[in-house]
Design a protein around this ligand. Structure first.
Ligand code: KG4
Ligand code: ZN
Length: 337
């Protein structure tokens, strides 16, 4: 009989509570986003932690209701402990610890980035390493080789801005709103990706690191030379050209790495994995180079608790539980991504 895991995700500005079973079936994945940050043009950490505190019990109750369960049905509590905003993480970790203690059930810590990767298991429970993961979020851009679910190492990462950050910063330069990725994705659909060729940094064979801060500067200086009417008229073309600069380099490096290290399965994870152009290009190249390519379902691309529960399943099976002295930390840590 499968067991049920109750999972919490509060690393940034989305409060999320999910219930998943040990066969990767999701019974509830409740999200509460925080529009309160919009007025500030980005996430305000102190505000985020206060809103998590306000939302978390509502999300828990909604998850139990959606799954038609009560707390007695739960066998373990999973929570993301890093990386993220420390105040936000601490709300989830404290809440998870008190629930695990009061229900007398195991507590499982999850690295948020590993959660993004394991979001792929929800749709493909039988998918197992070796695989190459491209992890692309608002704070990270990494190529990671997984030999097993617990033995993995980074072969390349961004030296400055993350891919999602590049989308967000360009959207801000163009006054499009936040987060910029989904907005650019939508506008770019009707644009010409070759309208203007923005730079592709570190574009050398066998260099698996990324750099996106030059792209942002290049967009900034180019925009300054245009008049506003021209920008408005060509918004789809400009966003398509920027998107193409980001996606081209992500796709190219991922496939060079998969070929060099002779890895057959490629997994894309993190908020940017929702990008339609990235999905198109990755799928085209996978077909060309005869590689298998996997993306999470769209609802599991952005931060969510179902992916945290998914990453906890292996630990639950192996009885890798955490003590109640568990703490959150803001960095990605040494062992994990
Ligand atoms: O993984 P995530 O939800 O949070 C972090 O852990 O950072 O990723 C958020 C990032 C944001 O930068 C957002 O702009 C980007 O993912 N994103 C997208 C798309 N949807 C979200 N970027 C490109 N295209 C999208 N469709
Ligand atoms: Zn994330």
């Amino acid at each position: 009989m499968p067991k049920f895991i109750l999972a919490f995700e509060t690393s940034c500005d989305d409060t999320s509570v999910a219930i998943i079973d040990t066969n990767y079936k999701v019974y509830a994945n409740i999200m509460s986003s925080q529009p309160d940050h919009e007025a500030f043009g980005g996430v305000v950490p102190e505000l985020a932690s206060r809103l998590h505190l306000k939302n978390i019990t509502h999300c828990l109750n909604a998850a139990l209701k959606k799954a038609n369960m009560n707390l007695k049905d739960i066998s373990a509590i999973a929570v993301s402990i890093n990386p993220g905003l420390i105040g936000s993480l601490l709300v989830g970790v404290s809440y998870a610890k008190s629930l695990a203690w009061s229900l007398n059930i195991p507590l499982i810590s999850v690295n948020h980035m590993l959660g993004h990767v394991m979001a792929n298991k929800i749709e493909h429970p039988d998918l197992n390493p070796p695989w190459l993961a491209l992890v692309v979020s608002g704070g990270h851009t990494e190529l990671v080789i997984f030999n097993t679910l617990t033995d993995f190492y980074i072969i390349g990462q961004t030296l400055d801005d993350a891919a999602g950050e590049a989308f967000d910063k360009v959207a801000k330069l163009l006054n499009l709103g936040f987060p910029g990725g989904p907005i650019i994705d939508k506008i770019a659909k009707s644009g010409n990706p070759n309208f203007h060729i923005f730079p592709r940094a570190l574009n050398k064979k066998d260099n698996f690191n990324f750099s996106f801060s030059g792209l942002k500067t290049s967009v900034y200086t180019w925009i300054k030379l245009q008049n506003q009417d021209f920008i408005n008229q060509h918004l789809a073309d400009i966003t398509a050209s920027v998107q193409s600069a980001i996606v081209d380099i992500l796709t190219k490096k991922t496939f060079s790495a998969a070929i060099k290290y002779n890895i057959n399965k490629i997994i894309v994870a993190g908020g940017v994995s929702a990008n339609s152009e990235l999905r198109n290009q990755m799928q085209t190249k996978a077909y060309k180079y005869k590689k298998e390519i996997y993306f999470p379902k769209l609802q599991y691309c952005m931060d969510n608790a179902a992916m945290i529960g998914s990453a906890a399943i292996e630990k639950f099976i192996n009885k890798e539980f955490s003590p109640l002295s568990l703490n959150a930390f803001s960095t990605k840590g040494i062992k994990y991504l």
